[in-house]
Design a binder for this molecule. Structure first.
Ligand code: GDP
Ligand code: IMO
Ligand code: MG
Length: 445
């Protein structure tokens, strides 16, 4: 029997809720920080004493000394990107020692042809939309995520981190992979010479050798850690509404980024999880295509984007901005089994006279529902039902305790907790570690 003692951190909207900041904070009370899904499509920002770190593949716990970070089998690993991150931390005086980072030998490798395929397909679909066809481009990060997971599910042509360590195996696999992929890329309009299996095998074997000290069977390592009484912290990447099964399909990413992805992505049973912290941005954002019922295309959305610096950590794209969709957040909290919430970027809302919250949807036949639609076509048809609340004028980014929160901000948190049915235990009022308010009496508890 395993006693539940692990914590999961998961985004409840469309990503970029501030998961990195909370994982970095909670790492202080945990021993092992584990990524279970996604890849370098994630961009997690951590600010420590004014220094900003953007992490894509490395768990955010890597910035806390004496913690073990695990890249689980459910992650898709771009070895080039991983080495860039390790190198950039080294240059900033943070050496990543082999005992600090364990990368699953079963995690799948993002190869250059996956990234090319991702970008080329998006271009073809966007062009078709320009010519009047249905817009089927997803607005991906072009990091090769979809094609790599597709190869995993397809099996025969997949390459896993462990495979990089055996050059002969890699070469044999790449001979057939390159022959097939070259033709596919050509069909997608990529104007490049055919893929060179020998060169790729040499390059990726060399990358594997550099990462070899970190590559291991993380499933046994994680079970050993649990048995030894270590506290685990799961770092969700992307977010629940981008989950391949439970998000706004097809405008989602290619993994189970809700907490439901933890068991398959780590090899641990869900019963190890004691607490699940849902990360909620105090308003709404979305990057890429897909329905976003509470999007604000006017001055309010623009103001949120500028005050919140809402530009992608991974691609630099301006994020679409709007109001908080409580229907969506309550759905995500239900799917993820949240036990508490952290409400982020509350400071961004200072200065709005009134705040809008979506508490229901009106359907095209006039009926009303408070249920979410994890399906793009259905969600695109809904009209939000708004509730308004008074805003607060004061800047709150330098407050340090909950009694300094303006009453209207406190009411706003109360309303979130009440609607979602989950207490708010953390309110974040700025990007830095210190700009965090732990609610002594959790709102809504
Ligand atoms: P993640 O992908 O969920 O880790 O979130 P990102 O790092 O992509 O985006 C969140 C952004 O908001 C980052 O730039 C953070 O530094 C910043 N941030 C986090 N919490 C707060 C907050 O409470 N207030 C403000 N103003 N910025 C925050
Ligand atoms: P973090 O972990 C925001 C979005 C992309 C695109 C869709 C599919 O930083 O919250 P993909 O490249 O995964 O095939 O793109 O999903 N997306 C994210 N948006 N934050 C993320 O991660 C995202 N990861 C994927 O913008 O719409
Ligand atoms: Mg992000």
């Amino acid at each position: 029997m395993m006693t539940p003692s692990a914590t999961a951190v998961v985004g409840l909207q469309w990503g970029d809720e501030g998961k990195g900041k909370i994982v970095d904070l909670l790492a202080a009370d945990h021993d092992v920080i584990v990524r279970y899904n996604g890849g370098a499509n994630a961009g997690h920002t951590v600010v420590i004493d004014g220094d900003r770190y953007a992490l894509h593949l490395l768990p955010s716990g890597i910035l806390s000394p004496d913690r073990v970070c695990v890249v689980g089998n459910g992650v898709v690993v771009d070895p080039q990107q991983l080495l860039i991150e390790i190198k950039s931390l080294r240059e900033r005086g943070r050496e990543v020692q082999p005992h600090q980072l364990l990368v699953s030998d079963r995690s799948h490798v993002v190869m250059p042809y996956h990234k090319e395929h991702d970008g080329a397909l998006e271009t073809v679909l966007a062009r078709a939309a320009d010519h009047g066809d249905e817009n089927l481009s997803i607005g991906t990060t072009r990091r090769g995520i979809g094609p790599t997971y597709a190869d995993k599910v397809h099996r025969s042509l997949a390459i896993r981190m462990g495979d990089l360590l055996d050059k002969a195996v890699l070469r044999r696999r790449l001979d057939i992979v390159c022959a097939i992929r070259s033709r596919e890329l050509e069909a997608l309009g990529v104007d490049a010479p055919p893929l060179d299996a020998a060169a790729l095998a040499t390059e990726y074997h060399a990358l594997g050798e550099q990462l070899a000290p970190y590559i291991t069977d993380t499933v046994y390592a994680l079970h050993d850690a649990v048995r030894a009484g270590k506290r685990l912290l799961f770092e969700g990447a992307n977010a629940c509404l981008l989950d391949i099964d439970h998000g706004t399909f097809p405008y989602v990413t290619s993994s189970n980024c809700s907490t439901l992805g933890i068991p398959p992505g780590t090899g641990l049973p869900g019963s190890v999880i004691a607490e699940t912290v849902g990360i909620v941005k105090a308003y709404g954002t979305r990057v890429g295509e897909g329905p976003f019922p509470t999007e604000d295309l006017g001055a309010s959305g623009e103001r949120i984007r500028e005050r919140g610096h809402e530009y992608g950590t991974t691609t630099g794209r301006p994020r679409r901005c709007g109001w908080l969709d409580l229907v969506a957040v309550r759905y995500s909290a239900m799917v993820c089994g949240c036990t508490s919430l952290a409400v982020m970027l509350l400071d961004v809302l200072s200065g709005f006279e009134t705040l809008k919250l979506c508490t229901g949807y009106r359907l095209s036949d006039g009926t009303v529902t408070d249920r979410f639609f994890p399906d793009a076509r259905k969600l695109a048809m809904v009209e939000p039902i708004w509730e308004t609340m008074p805003g607060w004028a004061e800047e709150i980014d330098s407050i340090t305790s909950e009694d300094q929160l303006p009453a209207a901000a406190r009411d706003y948190l109360d309303r979130i907790a009440d609607f979602v049915g989950c207490p708010v235990q953390i309110a974040s009022v700025g990007p830095d570690r210190v700009q965090t308010i732990r609610m002594t009496e959790a709102v809504g508890a």
